[in-house]
Design a protein around this ligand. Structure first.
Ligand code: ZN
Length: 219
């Protein structure tokens, strides 16, 4: 491995650890649930199974190829590896974040699509779908997730949690935070007795999408 490649991998691993710790610090995961990955060329760096994020060090780097064969490190990759690899094979993602964020997971038990209560839904490509249930860690779950991610950068996993991806770890993380916020907003609005939240129409969402593409910064 060249020095440059080694540097890129070391830097990406730092980013994976920082992002994983951020998911814990911001309450999006509890304990060792959830996982984070980043792609560097044909290597996917991914948090290991069952080790608290604060105990992970630069020397604990875990890397696999796109077929899931371990190419860096000794710690076993997360049991959700099939889910991460499926995203990298199907998209141009540079990073994937998976959490069990409480409001998003609650919503995953209630609806097949997160109601469009706010234009932030456009940041994820449109109304966020809930992937059909399958046991954690299975290829079946990864398949359901890909169906739900079509034209989206995030989805819910029924009775399980969230998946988002992005061009960077920060973007993937930000999308998870937005998705959790959106789910919390809908739960809050829909819990007022005798009222139902108003929703944005497909036309209104398209209008937001056009504005986002045209101007970049949401207001
Ligand atoms: Zn999970």
């Amino acid at each position: 491995m060249t020095d440059r490649r080694q540097d890129a991998i070391a830097q990406a691993w730092e980013g994976v650890l920082a992002t994983a710790r951020r998911t814990a610090a911001e309450g999006l995961v509890v304990g060792t649930s959830g996982n984070v990955s980043a792609r560097v060329g044909d290597v996917v760096l991914v948090t290991p199974s069952g080790v608290p994020y604060e105990r992970l060090t630069p020397g604990d780097t875990v890397g696999v190829d796109l077929d899931g064969r371990q190419v860096i490190g000794r710690l076993a990759p997360t049991s959700e590896l099939p889910l991460h690899l499926a995203v990298y094979r199907a998209t141009t993602a540079a990073a994937v974040v998976h959490t069990h964020a409480v409001h998003a997971t609650a919503v995953s038990t209630l609806v097949t699509e997160v109601p469009a209560v706010h234009y932030a839904t456009a940041l994820l490509g449109g109304p966020v779908r809930t992937a059909a249930y399958a046991r954690y860690g299975t290829r079946e779950l990864a398949g359901h997730m890909l169906d739900a991610l079509r034209d989206r950068t995030g989805c819910l996993l029924r009775n399980h949690g969230t998946v988002t991806y992005g061009d960077s770890l920060d973007q993937a993380f930000e999308r998870t935070a937005q998705l959790e916020w959106l789910c919390r907003l809908w739960l809050t609005a829909s819990s007022v007795p005798g009222h139902r939240p108003s929703l944005l129409s497909p036309d209104q969402l398209r209008d937001v999408q056009d504005a986002l593409e045209g101007y970049g910064q949401p207001g």
